[in-house]
Design a protein around this ligand. Structure first.
Ligand SMILES: [Ca+2]
Ligand SMILES: [Ca+2]
Ligand SMILES: [Ca+2]
Length: 336
């Protein structure tokens, strides 16, 4: 009995020591990051701690692929961002026909972590206007991509359901929620997820994440799967068809600050009961630490019972236009 008690005590001490060790590691990392105060040093501390290595060949490969597929993007227009944490304004911006808000929408998050945007097509994100929710300051989204370390640390907590999706502790959560009724049985809206974690921290614990919870169920999924959209599920090696590279700075192809983002995705839910009230919660956060911003763009007026076709990328339009001009020249020469 005494032997068993001693064994239990010993086990408890080992567990305690393990927890202390983890806390010390985390505290020393945070202390180191705070003390250096430099974003470049933040990265080097991360790399020393987690054994990360910059994979310089990846951006070159991905950049080549993007140029080959999309041609040269129009980078002459800047994204326009207006920070705004008014939940009613944000909600009304994304509402399409057939949806009615019940009660008053609510926002929780950083004071500069939400807002509206315009000129999204010209800057390359594939949607003209809408709202943004971020784990950093939305104003920092304006391109060109000048740094791969853009960060705002709000010192805010994460959101427990996002911890489950991301597989780690989240920080600086921004949440927008409301109740609604609908005239249809389906629900759609268009969005783009972007992060500064691309591409150096793909596959790491810094798995920035968002969730779109309808009646508590996340519908922010990789198309055709049940996988949530995160840095680790859409990137150059995982579901690359949905990934758009904008890294490394300052040679990013698109006129936004984020090092990488998704193509325009459509959140989809079928089988909603139109006779009852539903809840919607948009949530986004940093994972692993509060650094290197993540943002979700939600297209204006697309939250509706019917899907809204996404507008083609500007580069695609350029290629399409070039093709038409080429065809016209060919026909003219052929006629001669
Ligand atoms: Ca950047
Ligand atoms: Ca943050
Ligand atoms: Ca992050």
């Amino acid at each position: 009995m005494k032997y068993r008690l001693n064994k239990l005590c010993l086990l408890r001490e080992v567990v305690k020591m393990g927890r202390k060790l983890k806390m010390c590691r985390r505290a020393s990392l945070q202390q180191a990051l705070r003390s250096v105060g430099s974003k470049t040093d933040c990265r080097s501390v991360r790399e020393r701690r987690y054994g990360m290595r910059k994979r310089r060949w990846l951006p070159a490969l991905a950049l080549t692929a993007v140029v080959l597929v999309f041609g040269i993007a129009d980078t002459g227009h800047a994204l326009m961002v207006v920070p705004n944490t008014n939940a009613t304004v944000l909600t009304n911006t994304i509402l399409g026909p057939g949806i009615s808000i019940v009660g008053t929408p609510a926002y929780s998050g950083g004071a500069t972590a939400a807002g509206t945007f315009t000129d999204g097509i010209a800057s390359g994100i594939g949607m003209e206007s809408g709202i943004m929710l971020s784990s950093g300051s939305v104003a920092d989204a304006v391109g060109p991509n000048q740094s791969d370390l853009t960060t705002t640390d709000f010192g805010l907590p994460g959101y427990a359901p996002l911890d489950i999706i991301a597989g780690g502790l989240t920080f600086d959560a921004a949440l927008l929620g409301f109740s609604f009724t609908t005239t249809g049985e389906d629900l759609y809206f268009n969005y783009v997820f972007a992060s500064e974690e691309y591409q150096e921290f793909v596959g790491s614990p810094f798995n920035d994440v968002f969730g779109f919870y309808v009646d508590g169920v996340n519908i922010g999924l990789v198309p055709g799967t049940s996988d949530p959209v995160t840095v680790n599920t859409i990137n150059p090696s995982s579901n690359p068809a949905y990934y758009v590279n904008n890294w490394p700075p300052p040679a990013g192809v698109f006129d936004v600050e984020y090092d990488g983002f998704t193509t325009v995705l459509t959140a989809t839910l079928t089988g909603l009961d139109p006779t009852v009230e539903h809840t919607m919660l948009f949530a986004i956060a940093d994972t692993g630490d509060p650094w290197y911003d993540a943002t979700v763009f939600i297209q204006a007026e697309t939250f509706a019972p019917e899907p809204t076709p996404s507008v083609p990328e500007p580069a695609t339009l350029i290629l399409f236009g070039s093709g038409l001009i080429g065809l016209a020249v060919f026909r003219r020469r052929f006629r001669k």
